[in-house]
Every structure is written in structure tokens, then in C-alpha cells.
Design a protein around this ligand. Structure first.
Ligand SMILES: Cc1ncc(COP(=O)(O)O)c(C=O)c1O
Length: 402
């Protein structure tokens, strides 16, 4: 590690005054009184789980993203598992995904006993590269899982064309991209299945929660069964029909989302547009401010794409700075800016190295990006002052190191 050189203002990490007095997190939920009331109403109702709210949430979600069906799950991870099941992934199959993602994207392939195969990413968007994906297709490939990194949609048309040619299922990991658009089409309406997360840092927060959207009735049915033990009817359906009989027709799990969480989701969804608008405003301000700072590479946006800006990941230009990403991270934390890193490439985790024989050097573009990436604070509730604090801190630290 090189020492951070000192010039100009003293960095907080070296004893100077931090840009902020309190730590600004990189992401957090926005909960208002309507959300609280929606949850309280369910707590006072007859159904805490698998009641009327789940169907209401699914219908509202499908309408918002323009899909025929939406199936709610207890987390984005459970939703990915459901999608891998519905796609028919089984032992002996392979599914290709991005190394620059949260481990859950690749893990869902392993849950089904199939093998995750990685392909390197595009240097601009850091999304799975369709051409490199094509090179990894084998007779065992059954699915591709592009990830909408940071909220910038993957090139789904290219993946759908590949899928058509090779008989594959496209499962989009859209956990970052609720509300994004490409060529005017909303994320969630394009891939064979799209998977969303409602973790608190996401655009719609339910604590834990997830959703799969699809236009295919057979996938929707398989997903509904899978989240309910593989049973063909749910408790509300049996209650309404006044009957007790049910059959387990496949091996499933309890991946149900509670009515409490669904009520929160319905209420949060109503505020999605405001959330997206604020994130887009913050992204535009960051991009304008950082364009003139050598040492910072701002996220790329492709033509005809409107990202959802779950994250705002900058890349430290290691050729122009004298500090590495780890040092910049620590210096920004000392300034009370809650930066984060998305992601340690999945293939470099010990489990993937040990079980799948992955090695450093396998996916050089993802690995090089990882060495440079820093996610800056990005959430709906950030004030203008918060945004200016981030800009001031990045300017201070990067100027120091340039
Ligand atoms: C890209 C990606 N995939 C999957 C997940 C898993 O979602 P969850 O945390 O809801 O299980 C996340 C959540 O952090 C994610 O960012």
C-alpha cells in the first residue's frame, strides 16, 4: 500500500476535520406515515400472511412493470431460486451469469444442482457481455442470468436473440433495476423472467422480499407452487372455497411473502416514481460534478437507456491517482461518507474457488473493475446538502491523491 500523499486540505484520516459530522450511509429506506398505516391496518386484519394483500401487491407490481404476471417471494434470493426452478434448471445443466454481482445470482443455479458458468462483463456498463456469453455456451447451457448492474439494464435484446438461437431461458437479475427502461420498455417486461428484491436499500422496501415477473402462464404457475411447498393451492384459495384438500405436486419451499410485507410493498410502490426521480436527480448532479475531476470515472449510460440508479458506482482512475481504491475508501469513510464496494467478483469467493475451481485472472474485466469500484451514497431521502457533502469529500480525497 502506498502512503496517501498530503497536499492542500488535511484529510480526516490524517487528523483533519471530516466533511460531515455524522456518517451518511450508502443506501437506506424511506418510510412515511402512509407506509406505517398500511402495515398497522394489516396487523389489525384477519390475515398476516397469504391473505388478500399478496394478490393486490402482485397485480400492482405487474401493472407497474408491464408484465402479465408477478409472483411475490420472501426475498430476492428466494425469487431467483424460484426462477431457476421454473426455468427447469437441474443437475447436469449450466447457466451463464456475470461475475460482478451479489453471490445470490449465481447461488440460485447451485440450489438447483446445476453449474454456474461465468462470462466477462462489458467495460462500459459492467453488465454481462452478450458476446463473451455466446463463447461460453455449451450443449449443457439452459439459461443465462444477466444482471442489471447498479440499475443500468443489461442488453436484453442481445440475450433474447442468443436464447432464441440456443433454446435458453433468460432470467434477468433486475434486483437493482426496478423502474429502469431500455428503448422505452420497462425492466420486468422484456426477459423471460425478471427478478426483483425489496431489501431496504432497494427502490421498494419491504424488509425482506422479492418478485418474479413474466409473461408466461406456465412459469407463473410453477413459481406460485414453488414458493408454497410445491402445493397446488394456497390457504386463501382453500378458505374461500371452503375446503381443506390440497396436493403437493412438486418439491417446493416456504418462500411466501407475508401480507404485512405486501401491504408495505403496495404503499411503497405508489412512491416509486418519486424515488426514481430523486435518484436520477442525484445521479445527474454527481455526474456533472465529477466529470471535471481527473481520477474519477463516472458510470456509463448507453443510448436509449434510463437507469434506475440503485447504486452510483464510480471507478477510481488508478492511472491518475497515487492512492489505491482501498485507501480512497478509507479516506472517504473518515470524511463520514458511507461508501461501499459492489462487488467482490463472485468467482473469487473461497466457495467458488474451492467448489468450482475458479481462479483470479479468469475474468479480467470484472477483476479490474473491482479494483477500482466505489459505490457512493444514493437513496431517495438524501438532502441536497448530503449530495454536496459527497461531492466535496470525493473532490477533497481525490485531489489529495492526484
Ligand atoms: C444483484 C442482486 N441479486 C440478488 C440479490 C438478493 O436479493 P435479497 O437480498 O432480496 O435476497 C441482491 C440483493 O442485495 C442483489 O443486489
Amino acid at each position: 500500500m502506498r502512503a496517501i500523499p498530503t497536499t492542500q486540505e488535511t484529510l480526516a484520516i490524517e487528523g483533519g476535520t471530516p466533511v460531515r459530522k455524522t456518517l451518511l450511509p450508502y443506501g437506506r429506506q424511506s418510510i412515511d406515515e402512509d407506509d406505517v398505516q398500511a402495515v398497522v391496518d394489516v396487523l389489525r386484519s384477519d390475515w398476516l400472511t397469504t391473505g388478500p394483500k399478496i394478490g393486490e401487491f402482485e397485480d400492482a407490481f405487474a401493472a407497474r412493470v408491464g408484465s402479465k404476471y408477478a409472483v411475490a417471494f420472501s426475498s430476492g434470493t428466494a425469487a431467483l431460486h424460484g426462477a431457476a426452478f421454473a426455468a427447469g434448471l437441474k443437475p447436469g445443466d449450466e447457466a451463464i451469469t456475470s461475475p460482478l454481482t451479489f453471490a445470490a445470482t449465481a447461488n440460485c443455479v447451485l440450489y438447483q444442482g446445476a453449474k454456474p458458468v461465468f462470462a466477462d462483463i462489458c467495460p462500459d456498463t459492467l453488465n454481462l457481455d452478450p458476446e463473451r456469453t455466446a463463447e461460453r455456451i455449451s450443449p449443457h447451457t439452459r439459461a443465462v442470468l444477466p444482471v442489471d448492474y447498479a440499475g443500468h439494464p443489461a442488453d436484453l435484446d442481445a440475450f433474447l436473440a442468443l436464447a432464441e438461437r440456443h433454446g435458453l431461458v433468460v432470467i434477468e437479475d433486475a434486483c437493482h433495476a426496478l423502474g429502469a427502461e431500455q428503448q422505452g420498455r420497462p425492466t420486468g417486461s422484456i426477459a423471460h423472467m425478471s427478478v426483483f428484491s425489496f431489501h431496504p436499500v432497494k427502490h421498494v422496501a419491504t424488509g425482506e422480499g422479492g418478485m418474479v415477473t413474466t409473461d408466461r402462464a406456465d412459469y407463473a404457475e410453477a413459481l406460485r407452487r414453488f414458493r408454497n411447498h410445491g402445493i397446488s393451492s394456497d390457504a386463501l384459495q382453500r378458505h374461500t372455497a371452503g375446503q381443506w384438500h390440497y396436493e403437493m405436486v412438486a418439491l417446493g419451499y416456504n418462500y411466501r411473502l407475508t401480507d404485512v410485507a405486501c401491504a408495505l410493498g403496495i404503499s411503497q410502490l405508489k412512491k416509486l416514481d418519486a424515488n426514481l426521480a430523486r435518484r436520477r436527480e442525484i445521479a445527474a448532479r454527481y455526474t456533472a460534478a465529477f466529470r471535471d475531476i481527473g481520477g474519477v470515472v463516472v458510470p456509463a449510460v448507453r443510448q436509449d437507456v434510463n437507469p434506475a440508479w440503485h447504486l452510483y458506482p464510480i471507478r477510481v482512475d488508478l492511472e491518475k491517482t497515487r492512492a489505491d481504491r482501498g485507501q480512497v475508501f478509507k479516506a472517504l469513510r473518515a470524511e463520514n461518507i458511507g461508501v461501499n464496494v459492489h462487488y467482490i467478483p463472485v468467482h473469487l469467493h473461497p466457495y467458488y474457488r474451492d467448489q468450482l475451481g475458479c481462479r483470479a485472472g479468469d475474468y479480467p474485466i470484472a477483476e479490474d473493475a473491482y479494483e477500482r469500484l466505489l459505490s457512493l451514497p444514493m437513496f431517495h431521502g438524501m438532502s441536497d446538502q448530503d449530495v454536496e457533502d459527497v461531492i466535496a469529500a470525493v473532490r477533497k480525497v481525490i485531489t489529495h491523491c492526484s
